[in-house]
Design a protein around this ligand. Sequence first.
Ligand code: KG4
Ligand code: ZN
Length: 337
Amino acid sequence: MQILSIESSCDETAAAVIRDGREIVSSVVATQIEEHRMYGGVVPEIASRRHCESIVGVVNEALEKAGMTAKDVDAIAVTFAPGLIGALLVGVNFAKGLAFSLGKPLIPVHHIRGHIAANYLAHKELEPPYMCLVASGGHSHIVRVNSYTEFETVGRTVDDAAGEAFDKAARAMGFPYPGGVFIDKASKLGDPSKYKLPKPKTQNPYDFSFSGLKTAVINLIHNADQKGEEIDVNSLAACFQNTVSEILTDKFIAAALEFGYKKIALAGGVAANSGLREMLSAAAEKNGMALYVPPLPLCGDNAAMIGCQGYYEFLAGNIGDESLNAVATMSLDKVKF
Ligand code: KG4
Ligand code: ZN
């Protein structure tokens, strides 16, 4: 079965062709990051307009690279939730028009389920059940993946997501948007023990709280400014990355131990972070757990992961109809369309 998948939930317009859920036939990602960078973050209206301009070209390119026309695909999968509403609407409406004009099934896909599925494309042997840590720009979740389409979130952020914390801390350090990758690079040149940063507590031990950590970075920079002291940005980046990685790793491993998982996975944009990958892989090894991590191109937003999850949603009978709408916020555990 060949699925054409479409992703437009934030600032990447993406399309892919996926064969039988696990094989990437083609994958195209058009990013708008350069344009949003000058505003220090994603501007929703600009994102929607760029999706509108790019979507036909991106879908055509994915089909061309796959050596196909739209008639050759068996179904159309699309991210319908969660995300920026105006951005999602572009992909949903396009997918709907295409699916119904071709008379093919329309498969609505939850964006975070897609991030989790990215691991299936790289690790053919990976099958549920396992536990997944999802860390992206908008979400930080510890999830029990009971089957391809059944999820149980046991921990989530109570304020900022991990990626959001990276981006806000990076902004305070003077890096461009999105700053996660700049912190990652700077960390390699810094001393991770130079500054002491807090690890905010949460009521549920598997929830996350990153806003206090972000504020601590901002305060540290302001205090140094007021005293005319120089900040060692590389070391501050290393301390921040180390602290976030420790929080994510410690809570995730504790949850995996409590729920008895020997198989764990990492997903989402922050999964690209080299410090987190290293720390988590050492902790998994120490605890005798098999860790699955997506390759870098599948960590950030892409449509291949949506086509993969779309395949399993199709097998489970989760097909959309002409009333399908985009939804800005939706739990991963209870998907409704
Ligand atoms: O999953 P994603 O592409 O978009 C959402 O669904 O939110 O995640 C984007 C986030 C951004 O906050 C970005 O700074 C972060 O992932 N990110 C990183 C790295 N690469 C991307 N954070 C830390 N280190 C990285 N290497
Ligand atoms: Zn994402």
